[in-house]
Design a protein around this ligand. Structure first.
Ligand SMILES: Nc1ncnc2c1ncn2[C@@H]1O[C@H](COP(=O)(O)OP(=O)(O)O)[C@@H](O)[C@H]1O
Ligand SMILES: [Mg+2]
Length: 327
C-alpha cells in the first residue's frame, strides 16, 4: 500500500555556492552544496564550526541569498521570489529556532503571549486560543503558560521557542544549534519535542549542530565539511541505529571519522619528498607506485594516477630531454 505514496521533496539544493565578500577577503562558505530532504523528515546536519551550517540555514530560510546554485523549498524556487513573496514565505512556510533564543522570545511577555505574537503579526487569529493550547501541550509547557519567559529555565525557553516557530503552521522548521547551550538531559527533552512535532504535525525539520550525539535522535544525518555535503558522509537511518546499538563511543568515532578525516597531515622533508599517511596509501593502494602525476591548483597539490597517455609522454620526456630545453 505504501508503495503508492510518492515521497515529496521538501528541500532541494543543487550546487549551492555562497561567497561572502569583504573589503580585504572573500570567504567561500558554501562550495557547491547538494542536499535533498523529504517532506516530514527530521534530520540533522552535523559539522565543525565554520563549515557553513548557519550559512545554509540562512539560505533555506530566505534570510540571505546564495551566490549561485538552485534552491527549491516545498517545490518552489525561492530565489525567484519578489520581496512580498519572500516575506510571506518567511512568515508562513518556515519557522526558526535559534541557539540564542533571545532571537525568538520576548522576556517580559508570558509563554502564551509569546506564542500568540507571531499569529497576531501574521493575521492568523482564527482559532488562536485552540492553537496556543495545542502547541503548549505538544511542547509540554501547559503548566507554565502564564509564566514570564524570564522566569523559565534555558530548556523550557527553548521548548517555547519551538512552539513559537510552529505557531503559523509552517511546513519547515529550521533550527540552528537548538541544544547548544543546554545540558544532556535537556537536549534529550528538546529532541523529544522535535520528534513529537514531526509525528503530530508532519513538519519537516532541519537541525544544524556540531553535537554528534544529536544523530541518535533524528531520522538521518548529513555531515557538512568546508561548505559541502557529499554522499560519502551520509549516514542513513539504519546505520545510525546500528551505531546507537553499539553505544556512544562507536558513534563518536564514526562521526569524528565523517567530519575530521580531511584533517590528516602529510610530511614533506627537506629534499621535497612527500610522505603520505599509511591509511591513505593503503586505501588508494599506491605503495610502490612511482609515476603519480603532480599538478598545482592554487594552493593545492593534486596527485593523480597517470593515464596510459601520461605515461607515454612521461617516457618520451625522459628520452628526449634536450628537445625540451631547445624548444
Ligand atoms: N557575514 C559573513 N561575512 C563574512 N564571512 C562570513 C559571514 N558569515 C559567515 N562567514 C564565514 O563563512 C564560513 C561559514 O560560516 P558559518 O556558516 O557561520 O559556519 P557554521 O555555522 O558551520 O559555524 C566561515 O568561514 C565564516 O567565517
Ligand atoms: Mg553556526
Amino acid at each position: 500500500m505504501d508503495n503508492n505514496v510518492e515521497k515529496r521533496l521538501m528541500i532541494e539544493c543543487d550546487n549551492l555556492v555562497k561567497i561572502y565578500k569583504t573589503a580585504e577577503s572573500e570567504v567561500l562558505a558554501l562550495q557547491g552544496l547538494d542536499l535533498e530532504v523529504d517532506e516530514g523528515e527530521l534530520m540533522a546536519i552535523i559539522g565543525n564550526s565554520g563549515s557553513g551550517k548557519s550559512t545554509l540555514l540562512n539560505m533555506l530560510g530566505g534570510l540571505d541569498r546564495p551566490s549561485a546554485g538552485k534552491l527549491l523549498v516545498n517545490g518552489e524556487d525561492i530565489l525567484k521570489f519578489d520581496d512580498k513573496k519572500l516575506r510571506e514565505y518567511m512568515k508562513s512556510t518556515v519557522g526558526f529556532v535559534w541557539q540564542n533564543n533571545a532571537r525568538n522570545l520576548i522576556p517580559y511577555l508570558t509563554v502564551t503571549q509569546n506564542i500568540e505574537l507571531p499569529m497576531i503579526l501574521s493575521g492568523n487569529t482564527v482559532n488562536k486560543r485552540e492553537r496556543v493550547l495545542e502547541l503548549l501541550d505538544a511542547v509540554v509547557m501547559s503548566h507554565r503558560k502564564k509564566s514570564k519567559l524570564s522566569q523559565l529555565s534555558g530548556g523550557e525557553q527553548q521548548r517555547v521557542a519551538i512552539a513559537i516557530a510552529l505557531a503559523n503552521n509552517p511546513k519547515l522548521i529550521l533550527a540552528d544549534e537548538p541544544t547548544g547551550s543546554v545540558d544532556k538531559k535537556t537536549t534529550n527533552l528538546i529532541m523529544d519535542v522535535f520528534r513529537n512535532m514531526k509525528n503530530q504535525f508532519g513538519v519537516t525539520t532541519v537541525i544544524v549542530t556540531h553535537d554528534t550525539q544529536l544523530s541518535k535522535s533524528v531520522d538521518r544525518v548529513v555531515a557538512i565539511r568546508d561548505g559541502r555535503t557529499s554522499s560519502e558522509f551520509l549516514i542513513k537511518k539504519s546505520y545510525a541505529q546500528q551505531l546507537t546499538e553499539l553505544g556512544d563511543q562507536a558513534l563518536d568515532q564514526a562521526m569524528a571519522g565523517a567530519i575530521d578525516t580531511h584533517e590528516e597531515l602529510v610530511v614533506v622533508d627537506k629534499y621535497g619528498r612527500l610522505q603520505l599517511p599509511k591509511t591513505t596509501i593503503d586505501e588508494l593502494k599506491i605503495a610502490g607506485k612511482t609515476n603519480l602525476k603532480v599538478e598545482m591548483e592554487g594552493e593545492k597539490i593534486i596527485l593523480t594516477m597517470p593515464s596510459g597517455e601520461d605515461l607515454k609522454n612521461f617516457k618520451r620526456k625522459i628520452a628526449e630531454p634536450i628537445d625540451e630545453i631547445g624548444s
